[in-house]
Design a binder for this molecule. Structure first.
Ligand SMILES: Cc1ncc(COP(=O)(O)O)c(C=O)c1O
Length: 280
């Protein structure tokens, strides 16, 4: 597998960084995951804009212009033997003697790899997936896509321990998101999405879903969602660059929303399949 590290494309086994990298020592960096269908990135400008937001949030200069990123991503995609990819890119504050304060004049570490895009199985689309729920105990800058993911890792493990795919979180009685996905619900035929504030990642797939819904004339509303309303909703969906949209049909071990994906989900899933990049 060919990856990219600090200006070079090279085999994964040859990509090496220092143990003093601040990504390793502090989790001091940010990342993105850009889905690629038929070798065409989906919503790359939006992912690069969010990367800039994350970098600004941790006060780290962007090592590349959008055009440079696009060229690097294009080259990485071209070097993989598979057509549907998840391009992972990460920027850290570089290598320096361990000290919390920012180092001066240190180059960022830039790493990229691309894996086969693992979209939901036909079975998951048809039957939905299981989630567990938990109180959101992460920090209050969940809008930044930082590599410091131990809070999300612990949340995801709760789901893994229960044989579920995700952990849906609530903070102070309101729905936030899941460990690596956004969460949308459908109430009385209307899609209801929590606002993109500092408590959730501004999902590119969340935005795509709301845009597709608006264009198709589906009713939607962006507002805080109380826990009781979320857990009594007619439908619940997860959205992410790898999951696209998938319906939740089991919550905390009990059937949810009749135990089958609902009609609004089926519409949204069909819209998503139409709108994502097609073979060129
Ligand atoms: C915590 C979290 N929320 C939401 C998402 C969904 O974001 P996107 O649709 O941009 O992939 C992700 C993506 O990995 C995530 O890690």
């Amino acid at each position: 597998m060919i990856v990219y590290l600090n200006g070079q494309f090279l085999p994964l086994e040859d990509a090496k960084i220092s143990v003093l990298d601040r990504g390793f020592i502090y989790g001091d960096g940010v990342y993105e995951l850009v889905p690629v269908y038929h070798r065409q990135p989906f919503r790359m400008p939006q992912h690069l804009a969010r990367l800039q937001h994350s970098l600004d949030g941790i006060r780290l200069a962007n090592p590349h212009t959008a055009a440079e990123w696009a060229a690097l991503i294009g080259e990485l995609v071209a070097r993989q033997p598979f057509a549907h990819q998840g391009v992972y890119l990460q920027v850290t504050r570089g290598v320096a003697k361990r000290d919390h304060a920012f180092p001066q004049d240190v180059a960022q570490t830039v790493f990229m790899m691309s894996n086969p895009l693992a979209t939901p199985s036909a079975e998951q689309v048809a039957s939905g997936v299981a989630v567990v729920t938990a109180e959101d105990n992460r920090w209050r800058r969940c809008d930044l896509k930082t590599i410091s993911l131990v809070g999300n890792v612990l949340m995801r493990q709760l789901a893994a321990d229960a044989g579920a795919v995700e952990t849906v979180m609530f903070r102070d009685g309101f729905l936030t998101e899941a460990s690596a996905s956004n969460v949308l619900v459908v109430i009385g035929g209307r899609i209801v999405a929590p606002p993109k504030d500092n408590l959730i990642l501004p999902g590119i797939t969340y935005d795509a879903a709301l845009e597709f819904a608006r264009d198709a004339g589906l009713a939607l509303e962006v507002r805080p969602v109380p826990r009781a309303e979320a857990l009594a909703a007619d439908e619940m969906w997860l959205s992410s660059s790898t999951k696209e949209v998938v319906a939740v049909t089991t919550v905390d071990g009990r059937p949810f929303a009749g135990g089958a994906p609902g009609p609004v989900f089926r519409k949204m899933h069909a819209l998503f399949q139409q709108k994502k990049p097609q073979p060129s």
